[in-house]
Design a protein around this ligand. Structure first.
Ligand SMILES: Cc1cc2nc3c(=O)[nH]c(=O)nc-3n(C[C@H](O)[C@H](O)[C@H](O)COP(=O)(O)O)c2cc1C
Length: 203
């Protein structure tokens, strides 16, 4: 994630379109595609986004870097599109009972689309950062840009050409290793002996 951008360099329209085109190829449950993307490029629109989603007052260093991004894409998920899709005859969940869903696939799918935007940004030598919109600001965000109530912003992505930025303090946590989070064959706690995988394969 990149949190500071060159304000002089816009994202070319063809690159912007590739970011969005790849997003639309994300997988989705039942091919529901219950998502929506608000694309903000003009200085006026971007300023309005930051005004309605942040506290008034002096910008902190995070906001100062992020405000310079020439492109913002806000990713919205739409639960009702999934409930409608799964009420169709081939799925048959006409009760629209949400307890049928193991997790909110509408948010999962929109998150996958967001990741495709992030990965495309890397391919295009751009910097990008996925960040959350605090719940208290969501009504103002919807009102400012005419977003229907059944679209929920799962997050926004700032995109632009990177300049030097301050790394997230969260990175001090370090990346968790495969030994901690990958479980081969059986779920084992950290420190439990792992099976000898080479021996199992007969090498
Ligand atoms: C769901 C989600 C929400 C995030 N929210 C924020 C955020 O609000 N602000 C921010 O600066 N970064 C945010 N991030 C970025 C994480 O801080 C970042 O991915 C993490 O520190 C690892 O850094 P890396 O992606 O550069 O490897 C978010 C990432 C995810 C996946």
């Amino acid at each position: 994630m990149v949190r500071a951008y060159d304000p002089q360099r816009c994202v070319p329209p063809d690159v912007r379109d590739r970011l969005l085109d790849n997003a639309l190829h994300a997988p989705s449950a039942g091919f529901s595609q219950g998502w929506g993307f608000l694309v903000l490029e003009s200085a006026v629109d971007r300023q309005l986004f930051w005004t309605v989603t942040t506290e008034a007052g002096e910008a902190d260093s995070w906001l100062t870097g992020m405000i310079a991004a020439p492109l913002l894409i806000v990713c919205f998920s739409n639960k009702s599109a999934y409930l409608d899709r799964y009420a169709e005859p081939d799925k048959g969940w006409t009760d629209r009972d949400e307890s049928r869903w193991p997790v909110p696939y509408w948010d999962i799918d929109t998150g996958m689309a967001a990741l495709l935007i992030l990965q495309t940004a890397v391919d295009e030598s751009l910097g990008a950062c996925f960040f959350g919109v605090p719940p208290d600001y969501i009504p103002a965000l919807r009102a400012a840009f005419g977003v229907p109530d059944d679209f929920v912003p799962i997050g926004a992505i700032s995109i632009g050409y990177r300049i030097e930025d301050r790394k997230s303090p969260s990175l001090r946590r370090g990346r968790r290793g495969a030994g901690e989070v990958v479980h081969h064959g059986r779920w084992r706690a950290v420190g439990d002996p792992q099976p000898n995988r080479a021996a199992k394969l007969g090498n």
